[in-house]
Design a protein around this ligand. Structure first.
Ligand code: MRU
Length: 353
């Protein structure tokens, strides 16, 4: 399976997804600023993948710090966390990764600076490893909702490329295929950056999972014809009430699913759930350069001087979501907040297939 990001000999190596599928090339980052640039320019993208990149970026930034003790080291690392956090606002995973690294450091104040630097590298590698396991667990829980013969629509890319590997929304799909179910995937092309056309189609074809590409505006017609019977998408940030921010176009897809009685699932690792916000209204939504709308790659497709909006994510209200599939099981959006509690019997609130 394709490797999105890796720690190799003291550097961060990332697949440059902005060039896919035309060119498979890698960027070697020797400096954390290069990692931050990669997140901003979508060389690496997808909520879990940018969380891993943030952790590796912090570990990379740490190596160059000259400090005599914990306090100096921790202080010098703050601008690194800040720069990485400022790259993209919607996915909660960058903040999550920063907090995990910060908490690890404060729990190990007694270590020497070289030991702290080594600890950060170890943790970043661990986050990558864990992420793949989490996606497989999402796959295991989500696969139960997929029947032999299902045609599953997905939006954007919440696949191996958007994660450490295996994918969140593609987790249940891959698991279903592994378990011998004959399924088909419909990939929305996902204007304007075309993650569905460029990335989801590419990675599923590479892994021989049947995939058909459609323009975003075709989903309704296929649903009317009864040619789609399930939807699974990813999320960048899910609020405590189960509202989900994901790639622009997810909300209209969910509304269409409701209209046609098609179950709409969201695959969400716990790291992308922001329990600190009560609803989707509080999710910061990234707005990107309008050039991504007026140009496709370097080709201009709109008149010079036209105004264009490029809102990168939308919020799907919880009422449209059948269940949220996490590594701990699938849950109704209304029960999501209960996952915060330690002594909850998860079996009582898991959605049965
Ligand atoms: O702008 P992108 O490509 O980073 O947007 C990615 C998505 O919207 C994904 O669906 C989301 O991050 C979930 S990835 C497992």
């Amino acid at each position: 399976m394709v490797k999105t990001i890796e720690w190799v000999h003291g550097r961060v190596r990332m697949l440059d997804q902005s060039k896919l599928p035309l060119k498979v090339s890698y960027v070697i980052c020797k400096d954390y600023r290069k990692v931050a640039e990669g997140i901003k320019k979508l060389w690496i993208r997808g909520a879990p993948a940018i969380g891993i990149a943030a952790a590796m970026g912090a570990a990379l930034g740490a190596q160059k710090i000259k400090a005599k003790n914990f306090d100096e080291f921790f202080k010098a690392l703050q601008p690194v966390f800040k720069d990485i956090l400022s790259t993209r606002p919607t996915a909660v995973n960058i903040e999550w990764a920063n907090n995990r690294m910060k908490n690890l450091l404060t729990a190990n104040k007694n270590l020497t600076v070289p030991q702290l630097k080594a600890l950060l590298i170890k943790e970043a590698k661990e986050i990558l490893k864990e992420d793949i396991e989490i996606n497989k667990a999402i796959g295991k829980w989500g696969e139960r909702f997929i029947k032999n013969g299902d045609v599953i629509i997905t939006h954007c890319n919440a696949g191996a490329l958007a994660t450490g590997g295996y994918g969140t929304a593609t987790g249940p799909i891959r698991m279903a295929v592994q378990r011998g179910k004959k399924i088909k995937v419909i990939a929305d092309e996902t204007r304007p950056v075309l993650q569905g056309a460029r990335l989801t189609a590419w990675e599923l074809m590479k892994d021989k999972i049947p995939v058909t590409l459609i323009p975003d505006n075709t989903a309704g017609a296929l649903m009317q014809r009864g040619e789609i019977n399930l939807a699974i998408v990813g999320t960048d940030r899910t609020a405590r009430n189960g509202d989900v921010a994901n790639k622009i176009g997810t909300y209209p897809l969910a509304v269409l699913c409701k209209e046609h009685g098609i179950p709409f699932y969201v695959a969400a690792p716990l790291s992308s759930i922001d329990f600190s916000i009560p609803s989707g209204k509080f999710i910061p939504i990234e707005e990107r350069d309008s050039k991504e709308v007026t140009n496709v790659f370097s080709c201009r497709i709109a008149p010079h001087g036209v105004k264009a909006r490029n809102i990168a994510f939308d919020v799907t209200p919880a009422k449209y979501i059948t269940a949220i599939i996490t590594e701990k099981g699938a849950f109704k959006p209304k029960d999501l907040y209960k996952l915060q509690k330690n002594n909850i019997n998860l079996d009582k609130i898991r959605v049965k297939h």
